[in-house]
Design a protein around this ligand. Structure first.
Ligand SMILES: [Zn+2]
Length: 240
């Protein structure tokens, strides 16, 4: 039943993108190039793309050609959850084009039910092989959480980053929320805790990971160098 619902979802989404009857996710038009067949290939593609970006050797994007190739369907290979920060444009820092990545962005790159639903759609329904939670250095949202900032709806959002801020304050003696060195540590913890929460909250993603069909990884983007560092998968022993 679940598989049927996911197939219907994928078909409905593809249909919305095409003027003619559209195929199932498994039988996309041949013009849609699948960039990665496995989680490792997805990770390799992102790593290589970021290397090109850092070395200023981007492959060059022909957006009009990409629009043409994807107009009847899409097959992105990764879902990336990133921060709202204007200095982390996901497709650019991974040197990717139209139709290659699902991207969700929210200040502080935290998960919520809607983002979890988007991730489940991107993987279980659409076949993406990789989920990346991408934090970054000098993150204003994490700094705000470390400073207990209160501002309208932002207050509730920052509350979701608070466990990382609390853990960083525990780990760093004399934690200074004005020090980006300290805040960056909280940002990294926030990525790791977000990865853990995604795994804990989404049985669909957890099962796909257990089956080896999807991999969930954390990463940090350095806004000074443009480099993405993928983080080792370690559990944070956070106690609030
Ligand atoms: Zn940020």
């Amino acid at each position: 039943m679940k598989a049927l619902i996911l197939a219907l979802l994928a078909t409905a989404f593809l249909s919305s993108c095409a003027s003619r009857p559209t195929p199932q996710a498994e039988s996309l038009p041949s013009v849609v190039k699948v960039q990665a067949a496995t989680p490792q290939e997805g990770l390799d593609a992102l790593t290589a793309g970021n290397r090109r970006f850092v070395q200023n050797e981007m492959r060059g994007q022909d957006y009009h050609q990409q629009i043409d190739k994807t107009k009847n369907g899409q097959k992105p290979y990764a879902v990336v959850l990133s921060c709202l920060d204007s200095r982390v444009p996901v497709e650019i820092v991974f040197d990717q084009g139209i139709g290659e990545l699902f991207v969700a962005r929210v200040a502080g790159n935290i998960e919520n039910d809607d983002i979890l639903g988007s991730m489940e759609f991107g993987t279980a329904a659409m076949g993406a092989k990789l989920i990346v939670v991408l934090g970054h250095t000098k993150c204003g949202a994490v700094k705000g959480a470390c400073n207990n900032v209160k501002l309208g709806h932002l207050t509730g959002l920052l509350k979701k980053i608070e466990p990382a801020a609390a853990q960083a304050k525990k780990e760093i003696p004399n934690f200074n929320p004005e020090s980006y060195e300290h805040v960056d540590h909280a940002s990294e913890l926030n990525v790791k805790l977000t990865v853990e929460r995604i795994r804990k909250k989404s049985k669909i993603i957890r099962d796909l990971e257990a089956q080896g069909k999807v991999r969930l990884v954390g990463a940090m983007y350095d806004i000074s160098s443009g480099k993405v560092e993928f983080l080792p998968d370690q559990t944070v022993n956070a106690s609030k």
